[in-house]
Design a protein around this ligand. Structure first.
Ligand code: ADP
Length: 405
């Protein structure tokens, strides 16, 4: 069962071909600078017992051309991994925004495409490119079923009291102003994986999943359902991120627009691109650089790090209260699953909640429990795998649609 997973961004196409029944990953790659001259194609593919890398420079004016190139690469005699396009069972697309209509992944039809188009207003930087990828795939391999896996779908189980903002109610009805949440695919993947690793029933667990990468969010998962998450109407709110502010008093915007005569677009750049770890440290958005500089005495990097950790602690406390307890705390994504130092800082002085870390397990563990083995509350490190979840969802949705066993 081979599934092609596509993630089409504004100037990139990320792909992965997976064999769900057997070998796992067969090939993956990233095409960068789509729409510009000299796009770079990095193709990583299985060859015999090992993986090989191929780098190409091509003109890739559109997503369609990028997808055509990657399909050719998958079929290539020398660098390919399949002989016939029909070996691909279906294509799964990451789609950031599905609005309120999608609580699950969806088999792509004209109606689904219209819904993705209708959500462009809510995700202008993402949904147009996902749609371009879907339509390009449709023209290149027309007989292959496609599935949309939405970042927002997992959070559609949030109760009204969690997703509503306290604006006049009409604005919710008129403009869909509410919390949607993102990173749903990752939060879903790691919470299911945690239950499996612990040999526990997911429906009985209270979990907090900390997805800490360039973008970062926390999610409270009770009984397998997202009941709250830190990102909101857009992926700006909640935690401090690489270049995003996270939560702050929105009146600051009005004040700054007045004091510094900032335009809407300048404010947008300020809060999304010039803030966060980068804005506070003045050094970098890259967590490794912040850590290194903080260790070497950089005061602003230390401040950025302290603020980052403090905000995560804030949400862990809030979500434990909202769930009336906590069984599992998961760290995932670039920072969460790689930085034992960050995990130690977050879990420090949290023993009043039963959160403790075993320093040795924390340092050595790549995946699994990092709290003392006898502690009832499990702290875990679980690398996320959004592509694998998208592939599994794609297989499930196509089978449901076609009535296959
Ligand atoms: P994205 O949101 O772009 O998918 P990632 O999940 O790849 O982000 O995370 C990127 C972040 O992870 C960067 O800030 C990077 O510095 C950090 N990171 C990656 N490896 C490590 C590491 N070994 N230790 C600390 N931070 C790391």
């Amino acid at each position: 069962m081979r599934i092609l997973v596509l993630n089409c961004g504004s100037s990139s196409v990320k792909y992965e071909l997976m064999d769900l029944a057997g070998a796992g990953e067969l090939a993956r790659g990233l095409i960068e600078r789509v729409g510009m001259e000299n796009a770079v194609v990095n193709h990583h593919y299985i060859s015999g017992d090992s993986f090989k890398d191929l780098k190409l420079v091509r003109n890739v004016p559109t997503h369609r051309e990028g997808i055509r190139i990657l399909i050719d690469l998958l079929l290539d005699q020398e660098h390919g991994v399949i002989e016939d396009i029909d070996e691909i069972y279906g294509i799964g697309h990451r789609v950031v925004h599905g609005g309120e209509g999608y609580t699950d992944s969806a088999y792509i039809t004209e109606d689904v495409k219209k819904d993705i188009r209708d959500c462009i207003e809510l995700a202008p930087l993402h949904n147009p490119h996902h749609l371009a990828g879907i339509e390009a795939t449709e023209t290149l391999i027309p007989d292959h079923p496609q599935v949309a896996v939405f970042d927002t779908a997992f959070h559609q189980t949030m109760p009204e009291k969690a997703f509503m903002y306290a604006f006049p109610y009409d604005l919710y009805k008129k403009h869909g102003i509410r919390k949607y949440g993102f990173h749903g695919t990752s939060h879903k993947y790691v919470s299911h994986k945690a239950a499996r690793l612990l040999d526990k029933d997911l429906s009985e667990l209270k979990i907090i999943s900390c997805h800490l990468g360039n973008g970062a969010s926390l999610c409270a998962v009770s009984g397998g359902r997202s009941i709250d998450t830190s990102m909101g109407f857009t992926p700006l709110s909640g935690l401090i991120m690489g270049t995003r502010t996270g939560d702050f008093d929105p009146a600051v915007i009005l004040y700054l627009m007045n004091k510094e005569a900032l335009s809407l677009s300048e404010v947008n750049t300020l809060i999304n691109r010039h803030s966060g770890l980068y804005g506070v440290s003045g050094l970098s958005r890259d967590f490794r650089e912040i850590l290194k500089d903080a260790r070497e005495g950089g005061a602003r990097s230390r401040l950025a790090l302290d603020m980052f950790v403090y905000r995560i602690k804030h949400y862990i406390g809030a979500y434990t209260a909202k769930m009336n307890g906590l069984d599992v705390l998961i760290f995932t994504a670039g920072i969460g699953s790689n930085s034992s130092e960050l995990r130690e800082l977050v879990c420090k002085d949290m023993d009043f909640l039963g959160i403790r870390i075993d320093p040795e397990l924390n340092r050595e563990c790549a995946q699994g429990v990092i709290s003392p083995p006898d502690d009832p509350l499990k702290v875990m490190c679980i690398p996320t795998n959004e592509e694998l979840l998208i592939a599994r969802e794609t297989e499930r949705i196509i089978k449901e649609r076609t009535g296959e066993e």
